[in-house]
Design a protein around this ligand. Structure first.
Ligand SMILES: Cc1cc2nc3c(=O)[nH]c(=O)nc-3n(C[C@H](O)[C@H](O)[C@H](O)COP(=O)(O)O)c2cc1C
Length: 241
């Protein structure tokens, strides 16, 4: 009997170990040949469910689909969204104390998604308040589901503030160990009235490039199948003077 040992990994984590058997290699080859369906969740932060942010995100989604990646756009809608109250309970339970349908829905979808795109209309040179209210609670309570998933922000405005909005949204990703997907420009699309974004040819091309780049990153990650990086125990310092 051979003393070979082999291991099948799933998304960078050991999944099945074969010890002392020749069976492992063909089994691994078979499983590796199966197509893995990956999915990207796109969050539309605009209260206008089918406005300009939706147009921008749809262009990203189309490019992803052209690369055999599944997509889903979730709109946060126009209802009031609860913000974070800094109670700290999520650090004990892993969930936000507010058990609202929007939080639960988006959190469940993030859990199973392989990548994340967050789209926001620009309000006073930043992401809109309802979106930030949701993202604060999601990211504070759900980093375990978010980390290492490729992510991108998309800002949609009439004229100015897209870069500041883009920067602000990227802050959620880069504090959560999420690789940020690039494009050919800072991800923004221009338009005021719903539908106007469809006329921004450069903005939409930037969206398509973003979708193609995200698909490329996801496929590289899947093909490489490397274990996730080792993490040090967190060190926290508070600067009080
Ligand atoms: C409260 C509010 C603030 C806005 N602030 C800005 C701004 O700072 N810069 C800008 O260019 N457009 C601003 N806009 C315009 C929106 O960003 C623009 O209409 C965008 O297309 C809306 O996207 P949506 O259709 O997905 O909601 C603002 C709109 C609203 C309602």
């Amino acid at each position: 009997m051979s003393d070979k040992s082999s291991c099948l990994s799933w998304r960078g984590k050991p999944f099945l170990h074969f010890v002392g058997s020749e069976l492992g290699e063909p089994f691994i080859a078979f499983f590796s040949s199966l197509a893995v369906i990956m999915k990207v969740l796109l969050i539309n932060g605009s209260p206008r469910g089918k406005g300009n942010t939706y147009i921008a995100l749809s262009e990203v989604a189309k490019a992803l689909q052209n690369n055999e990646i599944e997509t889903e756009i979730v709109s946060i809608g126009a209802k009031a969204v609860q913000g974070c109250i800094a109670c700290g309970k999520c650090s004990e339970t892993g969930r936000c104390v507010f058990n609202d349908a929007l939080y639960n829905e988006v959190r469940a979808k993030i859990e199973t998604a392989d990548g994340l795109v967050v789209g926001s209309p620009v309000y006073y040179a930043g992401p809109n308040g309802s979106l930030c209210a949701l993202l604060d609670r999601l990211f504070y309570s759900s980093s375990a589901y978010l980390q290492y998933k490729p992510a991108a922000a998309v800002a949609v405005c009439r004229r100015g503030g897209a870069s500041a909005t883009f920067d602000r949204l990227n802050k959620y990703f880069t504090i959560t160990n999420m690789p940020v997907v690039p494009s050919q420009y800072w991800n923004s699309v221009h338009g005021r009235l719903p539908g106007e974004a469809a006329n921004d040819a450069e903005g939409l091309q930037t969206m398509r490039t973003l979708g193609n780049n995200m698909a490329w990153m996801l496929k590289n990650r899947e093909a490489g199948n490397l274990p996730l990086p080792e993490r040090e125990a967190p060190i926290r310092t508070n600067f009080i003077r």
